[in-house]
Design a protein. Structure first.
Length: 326
């Protein structure tokens, strides 16, 4: 498996004071889906082990980590048949085992079965697209449900997943095992929405992690969206002073060929490490988390906002005008 490292953070261009904060070393694994489950787990475990050996304290994995991407075709009458229980299913079990064996926090993603919660009974037959963070002790440290659900050809996720609830939609997790680093764990389609990155930044997040499954467009086979995908994520990081960690999968899974290109960027918009489009890879990078404050002190986007003018952003979606008002 290819290994790409960035073990010395680039200079913080707007630093005016030193805090003595030690850089955080993180890892990311880009993989492809294998029909043989043992091969799939072996590849992921190899990547986690490689990152841990290089000193990563947390390793991030792609969306729907152990699953073939399901939503290239509509879900049908029983879309939740492949969903799994959060704490007893294969994804949590795999993440907990890998975290314990390699002594790192492991982030993973799953199709979560959930038919009722907080007195609400779901009758839609769907589940949640859920990101989790697991400690070597086996403790579930964080869980975040994907909020925004794509509906386009080849990505019929609305026939599998319900959007995460509006209660505490942007949780920021303070990871004491990572020196108090503050993490947000949205998922894939969430990465396109500037409101998501802004909400997390206002909550103090330093690192946003987007487990991702993105690739070709079946109805537009000549349209390569990879540059746009990367630009919008990096731009959202610049606008909000956040590090962006984006693990994607690669390889063909029927209608979609996933384009890899997993990357880690900093608040200045610099790509610290990037994987190729068509090869499994491990990225390991040191994040100088003080750069968030350095950048937002020079360009104070949060402090100069005008929330009194943003009411239009909270108006209900007008499905009759999908491109905005005429």
């Amino acid at each position: 498996m290819l290994t790409i490292t960035a073990l010395t953070p680039p200079e913080s261009l707007s630093r005016t004071r030193e805090t003595g904060r030690t850089p955080l070393r993180v890892g990311l694994v880009q993989h492809r889906w294998h029909e043989n489950d043992q091969d799939l787990r072996a590849e992921l475990d190899e990547g986690i082990a490689a990152a841990a050996k290089l000193g990563a304290r947390v390793v991030f994995l792609p969306e729907l980590t152990l699953s073939r991407y399901p939503a290239s075709t509509p879900g049908g009458d029983n879309p939740g048949r492949t969903a799994e229980d959060l704490l007893t299913g294969p994804t949590f079990t795999f993440a907990a085992k890998a975290a314990a064996e390699h002594g790192v926090l492991v982030h993973s993603s799953l199709y979560e079965r959930n038919d009722s919660e907080d007195g609400v009974q779901y009758e839609d037959g769907l589940g949640f697209n859920t990101a989790i963070l697991v400690a070597p002790s086996g403790e579930l440290l964080a869980r975040t449900r994907k909020l925004h659900i794509p509906v386009t050809a080849g990505y019929y996720e609305d026939t599998y997943f319900r959007g995460g609830p509006a209660t505490d939609p942007y949780p920021v997790h303070t990871a004491e095992a990572l020196g108090g680093a503050k993490l947000g764990l949205p998922t894939c389609w969430d990465e396109w929405f500037p409101e998501v990155a802004r909400a997390y930044s206002l909550g103090g997040a330093e690192i946003l992690v987007y487990p991702t499954a993105i690739g070709s467009e079946p109805d537009h086979p000549q349209f390569d969206t990879q540059p746009l995908w990367q630009q919008v994520i990096v731009g959202n990081g610049i606008a909000n002073g956040t590090f962006m960690v984006v693990p994607n999968r690669h390889g063909s899974e029927g209608l979609i060929t996933f384009y890899g290109s997993s990357f880690i960027s900093d608040p200045y918009g610099r790509i610290l490490a990037q994987a190729p489009r068509d090869e499994s890879a491990v990225l390991v990078a040191d994040l100088d988390l003080q750069q968030r404050e350095d950048w937002l002190a020079l360009f104070p986007f949060l402090a100069t906002r005008r929330p009194d003018t943003y009411g239009v952003l909270t108006e209900p979606v007008d499905h009759a005008s999908p491109f905005g008002r005429a």
